[in-house]
Write a protein that binds this ligand. Sequence first.
Ligand SMILES: Nc1ncnc2c1ncn2[C@@H]1O[C@H](COP(=O)(O)OP(=O)(O)OP(=O)(O)O)[C@@H](O)[C@H]1O
Ligand SMILES: [Mg+2]
Length: 455
Amino acid sequence: MPKGRPSSIWVCRACGAQSPKWLGRCAECSAWATLEEEAVPARGTGPAAARPAGPGPVALDKVSALESPRTPTGIAELDRVLGGGLVPGAAILVGGDPGIGKSTLLLQAAGAVARSGKTVLYVTGEESPAQVKMRAERLGVRESSLHVLAETALGSVLHHAGEMRPALCVVDSVQTLHSDDQPGAPGTVSQVRECGAQLTALAKARGIPVVLIGHVTKEGTLAGPRTLEHLVDVVLSFEGDRFQALRLLRATKNRFGATEELGVFEMAADGLREVPNPSALSCGDGSSPRAPGAVAVATVQGSRPLLVEVQALASAAAYPTAPVRRTAGADPNRVHLVLAALSEHADMSCAGKDVFVNVAGGFAVEEPAADLGIAVAVASSLRKRRVPADWVAVGEVGLGGEVRPVPHLEARLKEAARLGLKRALVPAGAAAARDGHGLAVQPVRSLAEALGALA
Ligand SMILES: Nc1ncnc2c1ncn2[C@@H]1O[C@H](COP(=O)(O)OP(=O)(O)OP(=O)(O)O)[C@@H](O)[C@H]1O
Ligand SMILES: [Mg+2]
């Protein structure tokens, strides 16, 4: 076999890793049977290949900044996650489980942008225009400046989008498009990468915000190469429990705004409704008693303070030598740490107990500021004693059982007061704790002190 540049390589469908030969299991992400063959394009050689094609280097102070105003989508929760609206030329990838409501969200956004008289192009590769029309009728989207293009050929999509220069172009979904310049069926690594790259290039060249809807694999990551996530400016993930109406929109990457922003929606028959007061959804207003093992916890998601109810249940273990720890919405590592600290520093052992920790309402809380709330909830379940419904707990728990300060304490306390809660367990020494912002604050130095205050 002649040596030299290979004519093809093998690319992992799951993570985009490349291999010079076929492997049953990806060496990078360990997924089985995900490698696909891809042709290597011929490389230019000689002086022509070295000749610059672009305008060349420019001094930074001569470069004009991107100052175009953002276009609000008309959906406040979406705008919040985008960092204030659509930036001209932004490439946005929206991923989510099948049936979670991606097409619904983007069709509503397309309708809202079109309502202001702007032209919007909705490319549908998965559904017929009649299906899109049916959904639009249900969502109350009737704008004539919203155009539907049923197309899967990339060239044709680029042509129409380039001609039309819409204020927003939605591609539903990037996995259905195919480019004639690449081998393979739609949805393969090379096709998704090529289509993503070409559409991103179109967005930049014409200043059109382009939203690519992407599928999510069984493992919960965006299908297609990771390079697609590197390529685009914004990656949004649309999450939710299909058995509940709550839908959460998160930015996992945003070149134009903060990540970890959270948009909260409710799925209804007439589409997604914004939830203006998500704290009340999970936490209530503190007027009705909570069950033993439940406590209000003040968290911050992006720039938004959010109150949630953390629930814990410690019950006699089915297998005392191997007790179970299960979490839904809470970080399992933080729960293990809190359980160890409770056992060592507050004489509250969960040995021989199965422990379940749940965040009510389908919300997820990963931040350490929820530690004290988790500890209080577990202790309340062990003691079988209720925590007053109008109390809120905030604080990180250290390995020494100490309660550590958390960021944005003032915003957390204000949100708790707004909801109607009355009293807060907070880390001692925090400046914001001196003024309770409408709450009676109880500063605590340690887990033992916090549990003492509740006894
Ligand atoms: N008539 C209806 N009444 C109420 N809810 C509906 C109705 N039709 C659809 N839905 C809701 O919309 C969801 C489907 O929304 P949508 O088609 O936008 O999801 P998707 O994420 O685009 O799905 P896919 O991955 O198949 O493209 C359903 O799971 C359901 O919750
Ligand atoms: Mg869809």
